[in-house]
Design a protein around this ligand. Structure first.
Ligand code: IPE
Length: 266
């Protein structure tokens, strides 16, 4: 029997949390996005989310996305434990919203199944995602602190998890949901337009990080992940989570305003 289509959605930390010193969710936005994900006729899903103000400030403070100094850093493990606890607090809220919206989410943290090597993904066992999906659940994971076989521990972004899961499951599409309308290109008469179709040239022109503290590469890192996903034959889109109904249309395969990386032939 043909399996029902699968869509991978990553809710960016920028759209589900407030950019403030204090870690807080955007409760109304998170609730609406959960309802859009669980609405009637929604496809099979894997849901991922970022860390936003629950993760990045701590990751910056304790240098978790960098190599520790040669003499070691006595604060690294303590800092990593705090960040790990904070992202789990956010994760609890996301899973709860999906339950309240009528979904069948189940938490699949990557800390138990992924290892980094010098800050880059070393390996991710996708077996738990596959098994929970087959049992009729929506696996929910998040950007996390993971073991690093060179640095002790480091950060794994949900953007990277999305790419790895796309390699394993060949979903219909991967959607990145953000607080912006898309990837903004170089300015034309003082304004930066949304780039409808991503290309390597556009992505190379982007600066690595803008705005809030972001240890995982900001919009450029995301755009690179989108091109890599397109390269393996899966359509990838970056859409706004602040426009009502956009996510719900995009998971059903409708063309939604944003930036898209078209799938290469499989
Ligand atoms: C970051 O994950 C994880 C931590 C900082 C612990 P993401 O890269 O997926 O998060 P956002 O979407 O940028 O907030």
């Amino acid at each position: 029997m043909e399996e029902a289509p699968l869509v991978i959605v990553k809710l960016g930390g920028s759209v589900i949390t407030r950019k403030s010193d204090e870690a807080r969710t955007r409760a109304k936005v998170l609730r609406r996005l959960a309802e859009e994900l669980c609405g009637p006729g929604a496809p099979r899903l894997i849901v991922l989310h970022g860390a936003g103000s629950f993760g990045h400030p701590g990751a910056v403070r304790w240098h978790l996305a960098e190599a520790p100094p040669p003499q070691g850093d006595p604060h690294r493990t303590r800092g990593a434990a705090i960040v790990s606890a904070e992202v789990r607090r956010l994760h609890g809220e996301v899973v709860k919203e999906l339950v309240d919206a009528g979904g069948r989410p189940v938490s699949v943290p990557v800390a138990g199944v992924a290892t980094n090597r010098a800050g880059k993904l070393g390996g991710l066992d996708t077996g738990p995602f596959r098994r929970w999906l087959s049992a009729g659940f929506t696996p929910v994971s998040f950007g996390d602190v993971v073991l690093d076989d060179r640095w002790g521990c480091s950060i794994l972004s949900a953007d990277t998890i999305a790419l790895e899961l796309a390699r394993a499951f060949h979903p219909e599409r991967v959607l990145f949901v953000s607080d912006v309308m898309g990837v903004l290109g170089p300015p034309i008469r003082g304004k930066r337009p949304v780039v409808a179709e991503l290309s390597p040239e556009v992505v190379n022109s982007l600066s690595p990080t803008v705005g809030a503290p972001d240890v995982t590469g900001g919009i450029r890192g995301k755009a690179e992940a989108m091109l890599a996903i397109a390269g393996i034959g899966t359509l990838a889109g970056l859409i706004s989570g602040l426009s009502d109904g956009a996510l719900s249309r995009a998971i059903r395969g409708e063309a939604v305003y944003g930036s898209w990386a078209k799938a290469a032939a499989r």
